[in-house]
Design a binder for this molecule. Structure first.
Ligand code: GLY
Ligand code: MN
Ligand code: MN
Length: 423
């Protein structure tokens, strides 16, 4: 609120999304809206008017006995004030009438276009008529501004309660990954492991996956966004699982790669150790004052050295980085912000430069090596292998904390799970 001064800020809730015909997707509130209000119901608008007596106003669906029989209880106007701390609340249908009074007094209005098109249209009408009145009234909106950059800077720096929620999400994801390592066997379908992961998420109260789970066995692991999850796995091949649950609107994002019901074969292990060393190196660099790009550069060097050593890259480390030939096997960046969104909000560059890490930021560290099954430039034994290791890392006051540290990733720890009760 401080950041917007005496302006008016209006935030729309997420629209309901149709899945097919008259079936809707399960409603998911917009993250910016939830971040500021904690209110998860559809058809909501929040208004912040720091200069007024009632500075937090919610427009919500009113209580309606008949409708609630079909779709469940609503907080209603009373609940918006009693439970969600609004100074004033109104029925959503009153938005235009009530907001018009605030518009008359506001010089600047913050509103994010493109989140909810129906409310965009109403806003446009209101701004137009308030602007038309401005010459006669002598006040009213003169500028429409986007609140997202202010909001997203705030979301990028996590509060202790947010970190608590993220830890909860991560603890649940840890159980899911461990269960997958213990249970994957040759002959199972990838979707069985997906179901196991989903079960582990839901049984602990997570909303579900925070992005479609990637359950990629054998050659599927070299397709970065493989989400079909419909192949039969074979014993001894690698299974890459990129899956993290969402808990109370906060995401986790974890990847582990392990041999199905077996120990690593020497070739798998060689590549796995390279990715692991790169990932550990990336994590080691994370601390306040370091550039966001630094973990990536550190991981890249280790990956490229390793890929040259095993004969995957032919040009030598320096040339491979310079001419970009490593991109054939490592085609993504090492990190992204993590928070309410899996690829969370917040700028990566400031003033044209990679920004500096600060305490409270959370980022992933996720290098990988991916060799397509039909890559005829790669030595044959490496073809069809995809490996990624991904952790969630908090920047602390004097270094970092690997929030996902409990999820096994050393060769010995992984093998102790993939071979338990079997060898
Ligand atoms: N799961 C998406 C990512 O790792 O970025
Ligand atoms: Mn990620
Ligand atoms: Mn991921």
């Amino acid at each position: 609120m401080e950041a917007i001064g005496d302006a008016l800020a209006i935030l729309p809730g997420a629209p309901v999304a149709v899945r097919s015909a008259d079936v809707e997707f399960i409603y998911r509130q917009d993250n910016d809206f939830y971040y500021l209000t904690g209110f998860a119901e559809p058809e909501s608008i929040a208004m912040f008017a720091p200069g007024e007596n009632d500075s937090f106003i919610l427009f919500v669906r009113p209580r309606d006995k008949e409708r609630e029989t079909w779709t469940g209880r609503r907080a209603g106007i009373e609940g918006a004030m009693g439970q969600y701390g609004a100074d004033k609340a109104y029925a959503i249908d009153e938005f235009q009438r009530v907001a018009a009074r605030y518009f008359e007094r506001a010089e600047r209005i913050y509103y994010p276009l493109g989140v909810n098109e129906r409310i965009d249209a109403r806003m446009l009408e209101m701004v137009k008529s308030a602007a038309a009145m401005r010459p006669r009234v002598g006040s009213g909106p003169n500028a429409l501004l986007d609140p997202r950059e202010i909001l997203h800077e705030s979301r990028l720096h996590k509060h202790p309660e947010e970190l608590e929620t993220m830890r909860r999400a991560i603890a649940i994801s840890a159980e899911a990954h461990v269960a997958a390592m213990r249970n994957a066997r040759g002959g199972m379908m990838e979707w069985e492991i997906e179901a196991l992961v989903d079960y582990n998420f839901r049984r602990r109260g997570a909303a579900g996956p925070s992005y479609p789970s990637i359950i990629a066995s054998g050659p599927n692991a070299s397709t970065l966004h493989y989400i079909h999850n419909d192949r039969e796995m074979r014993a001894g091949e690698l299974l890459l699982i990129d899956a993290g649950c969402e808990y109370d609107f906060y995401a986790s994002d974890v990847t582990r790669t392990f041999p199905v019901g077996a120990r690593f074969r020497p070739v798998q292990r060689d590549l796995y150790e390279i990715v692991l060393a790169a990932q550990l190196k990336a994590i080691e660099t994370i601390r306040p004052g370091v550039k966001f790009d630094e973990p990536h550069e550190a991981a890249l060097q280790v990956l490229v050295d390793g890929m040259c050593r095993v004969g995957l890259l032919k040009d030598g480390p320096e040339a491979s980085i310079k001419n970009g030939s490593y991109r054939r096997y490592f085609m993504h960046r090492t990190s992204h912000w993590l928070g309410m969104d899996v690829h969370d909000v917040g700028l990566y560059r400031l003033g044209g430069q990679s920004r500096t890490l600060e305490p409270g930021m959370v980022l992933t560290a996720e290098p990988g090596i991916y060799i397509a099954r039909d890559d005829d430039e790669a030595p044959e034994e490496f073809r069809g292998i995809g490996i990624r290791i991904e952790d969630d890392v908090l920047v602390t006051l004097d270094g970092h904390e690997v929030m996902t540290a409990a999820i096994p990733k050393s060769v010995a720890d992984v093998e102790s799970l993939t071979t338990t009760d079997r060898d």
